[in-house]
Design a protein around this ligand. Sequence first.
Ligand SMILES: [Zn+2]
Length: 151
Amino acid sequence: MSESVVTNVVVPMNFPYNYRVGQYIETYIRGLGEGKILGIKCPSCGKVMVPPRKICGVCDRVMEEWVEVGPEGTVENYTVGHVRLNLGEVERLDTPVLLALIKLDGADSLLAGEVRGIEPEKLGDGLRVRAVFKDPAGDSLSDLEYFEPEK
Ligand SMILES: [Zn+2]
């Protein structure tokens, strides 16, 4: 028997599951289906969070005031992905995936999203982008499909 050391084992796994997203994310998803991005405003500090959450992380107060934000926003940070993990294997991408943290107009938090329609070297902090919604909508977080440079 060989004395070699096993350093890597690939175990493909697939875990599809359903879970109840809760009232706040359900309202958020229904908004996406109507082409709206909904945030929630804290009654104490006034910060608007997207995606919405029940409790303000700053004040510990319950948030109940819904506000529409975006669909335009500003890239605050980003990364360019040249590989993807596919069932444990590294897959090199022909076209890089551009992922950004976006501060939507009217929001105080950052929302992660894919940016399409721009060369990777042109993606940068401060770039103005606009949300593109899936048509038809599918009652899913992916109804906010991606962001593109603002025209
Ligand atoms: Zn607050």
